[in-house]
Design a protein around this ligand. Sequence first.
Ligand code: U2P
Length: 227
Amino acid sequence: MMKPKVSMLLKLLIVQYLSVLCVSQDFDFFYFVQQWPGAYCDTKHSCCYPKTGKPAADFGIHGLWPNYKDGSWPSNCDPDSVFDKSQVSDLISSMEKNWPSLSCPSSNGLRFWSHEWEKHGTCSESELDIRDYFEKALQLKQKVNLLKILKDAEIEPDDGFYSMKSIQEAIKEGLGFTPGIECNKDSAHNSQLYQVYLCVDTSGSDLIECPILPRSKCGSNIQFPKF
Ligand code: U2P
């Protein structure tokens, strides 16, 4: 028979071990990622406008991605949780406008939103249920008017080239936080402004300084393509 004190200690250790396991399932912050449709469409692969028509010439949401401070990220955390349109029915028209899908074949967005929920959203279920998840992303988009911030710094989608430094500084000036910038290449191999990463606290509400910026493959001068 184990002495009572020893068995109590063992129980405590087991509880502590389990709680560490649970906490390690969590995440450290979100990347809120917006994409410039002009850069998505101006590459070797084609793009397809959504069934609702050509999206506005504005940044669109790509996703709200739970991330770890070391730069890695969890994905597909809950295979039992599928995207349930009925839980976001009142958000759909805003999602069509602010979170359009440009991949081919043309879609009404449901495929894109399901993918984002299942791959990323299910990894922040400890903080946000499906409705909160989409609502938070839409609220962040309303808060952060990237196009205006850039326009105020005379950086516009006019096919012109701008320094990475001026883009990062304009956003830092406008929001108070340094963004991550991702580029892709057009068919002439020009590096162009594709996605902007901002960091958000685990409640999905407030911008924070990024614990780690995504690695950038941009040149020092990048094109801001028309859309
Ligand atoms: O970069 C290519 C794709 O990898 C996923 N990604 C990237 C960085 C990151 O921090 N987290 C992350 O998930 C994205 O996959 P998607 O959501 O598009 O399937 C990104 O497009």
